[in-house]
Design a protein around this ligand. Structure first.
Ligand code: NAP
Ligand code: MG
Length: 489
């Protein structure tokens, strides 16, 4: 260790830094008291309703519909009609115009969407503003570009749309998951019925306004809200494809339900990604990558780097730097521009995190949480690191989906690969090393759909995303993301 590093090791921890709050104004968002389902271009008054809240304050935001089977049927019928009466016959270049319009309107209304996303989901405004919303617009721009080039994308295969796509999305990236689903489906010439997650319906409902502004033909995109029952009704309905993102448990149930039917299926499920730090990695950068990997979006990320694998020789230095970095994370009001870690999305998710963290302590792992004052109301969890973790512990095996990191060590690259792959999941992984050859060698051997090198949680619409094993099948993004929405002769 150089003299300089030693000095840095003993540098005082900046616990005294105080920031003024810098809250983003809520005024840009106008909420209605009650929302219906968006069916055939109209608002359908729902038979049943529930209240959606802000997880940061528990304050009620609006009433939204709990779709019944009949209401889901109406939405599927509207999508079928739109498919048969025009949309499927429209020239690709015309479909592209609508997608470009949607992308541009999302950009124009970016601040409104960012505020609403943080309000309803609890994620920091910095993330919804800089990640969720721009990436959502980018997705529409990207797939707009393919809409009139499908024959070139799949030469000599005569691509044809499937018909009606049923799409079920989770609460961790509500608008972005909508974009991942809707953009390729429309580019390929399908129509859509989408169900957002129970806890985060509002950005999808605001998106209906964008669809009207873009003058998308009625029924091409339909949105029904509600809990898992609405999702189950959509799976059972007369759709040609189901695209699902969410838990492995529900994914398996959907697969069972659709087995033997002609309905196509893609599943994007959970993960327990290894973030592997070799002893030649640029350690300060790696620590930033570790923090981004697990505390981004409160760890509510399917590809989160939730298992940290550190080479033994740098274990202490890494954990030391990591703990100090944790002390500088600001947890609190999602609408404050200084906030790094926002609210946990729901009471249920908070309980799940608490239960798994308790299991980690019981099984013998050592817990570290920085000193941190949490708001009184709402759902919160302090960024947490577990050391002394054995591979058999639940916190090393199960997806926590919260701001909780489990640290394990390895000695050789072989051991790193062995441990990284020792999971039922296979969605993503990270590798930190200065050696290019080692990056390539690791990428070959890690059984994960996405592998980041010297970075983490980077997304691009042109790059396919998806998993192996219990992380699901099918790809979203890139050309790969178009294929599941097409039939080939
Ligand atoms: P989930 O229940 O699988 O939710 C995903 C979506 O499926 C939601 O829209 C959900 O509605 C809906 N759904 C629930 N039951 C259904 C059913 N029987 N048939 C069809 N659709 C159904 O996941 P969750 O409850 O939100 O979260 C549970 C765990 O899933 C998390 O702790 C995490 O481990 C994992 N997860 C993974 C991802 C990912 O990106 N891969 C995303 C979110 C969660 P409701 O909103 O009403 O549940
Ligand atoms: Mg659920």
């Amino acid at each position: 260790m150089t003299e300089l590093e030693r000095k840095q090791d003993h540098a005082p921890i900046p616990v005294g830094w105080e920031y003024e709050t810098a809250p983003e104004s809520r005024d840009i968002v106008t909420l209605r008291e009650r929302y219906g389902h968006f069916v055939g271009g109209e608002w359908l008054e729902p038979k049943e309703a529930y209240t959606t809240i802000s997880p940061a304050t528990e304050e009620p935001l609006a009433e939204v519909g709990q779709a019944t089977e009949e209401e889901v049927q109406l939405a599927v019928q509207a999508a079928r009609d739109a498919f048969e009466n025009g949309w499927s016959a429209l020239a690709g270049a015309e479909r592209a115009k609508y997608l470009y319009r949607i992308a541009r309107i999302l950009q124009e209304r970016a601040r409104e969407f960012a505020v609403l996303e943080s309000l309803n989901g609890g994620k920091p405004i910095r993330e919804s503003r800089d990640v969720d919303v721009p990436l959502s617009a980018a997705h529409f721009f990207y797939y707009a570009g393919w809409a009139d080039k499908l024959e070139y994308a799949f030469p000599n295969r005569k691509p044809k749309p499937l018909g009606v796509a049923g799409q079920i999305i989770p609460w961790n990236f509500p608008l972005l998951m909508l974009a991942w689903k809707v953009a390729p489906a429309l580019a390929a010439g399908n129509t859509v019925v989408l169900k957002p997650a129970e806890t985060t319906p509002l950005s999808a409902l605001l998106f209906c306004d964008v669809l009207r502004q873009a003058e998308l033909p009625a029924g091409v995109v339909n949105i029904v809200t509600g809990d898992g029952r609405a999702g189950a009704a959509l799976v059972k309905s007369d759709v040609d494809k189901i695209a699902f993102t969410g838990s492995t448990e529900v994914g398996k149930a959907i697969k069972r339900e659709l087995a033997g039917t002609g309905t196509k299926l893609t599943l994007e499920l959970g993960g327990k990604a290894a973030n592997v730090i070799f002893d030649d990695a640029a350690l300060d950068q790696a620590v930033e990558g570790i923090v981004n990997g697990i505390y981004f979006n409160q760890g509510h990320v399917c590809c989160a780097g939730s298992r940290l694998l550190v080479q033994e020789s740098i274990y202490e230095a890494t954990v030391d730097k990591l703990k100090r970095r944790l002390q500088t994370l600001r947890v609190g009001d999602p609408l404050d521009k200084n906030t790094d870690v926002g609210a946990i999305n729901s009471q249920a998710q908070l309980e799940k995190i608490q239960e798994l963290v308790a299991s980690g302590e019981e099984e013998g792992a050592e817990i570290y949480q920085p000193p941190c004052r949490l708001p009184e109301k709402g759902y919160w969890f302090v960024p947490t690191v577990f050391t002394n973790v054995a591979q058999s512990y639940r916190i090393a095996q199960e997806e926590i989906f919260g701001p909780v990191l489990s640290v394990l060590t390895f000695r050789t690259p072989d051991e790193a690969v062995e441990k990284a792959n020792n999971t039922p999941y296979g969605l993503s992984a990270g590798v930190w090393t200065e050696k290019g050859s080692r990056i390539l060698a690791m990428a070959q051997r890690l059984r994960a759909g996405v592998i980041w090198a010297n970075t983490y949680n980077r997304f691009d619409p042109a790059s396919p995303f998806g998993g192996y094993k219990e992380s699901g099948f099918g790809r979203e993004g890139g050309l790969h993301g178009l294929a599941p929405y097409l039939d080939f002769e």
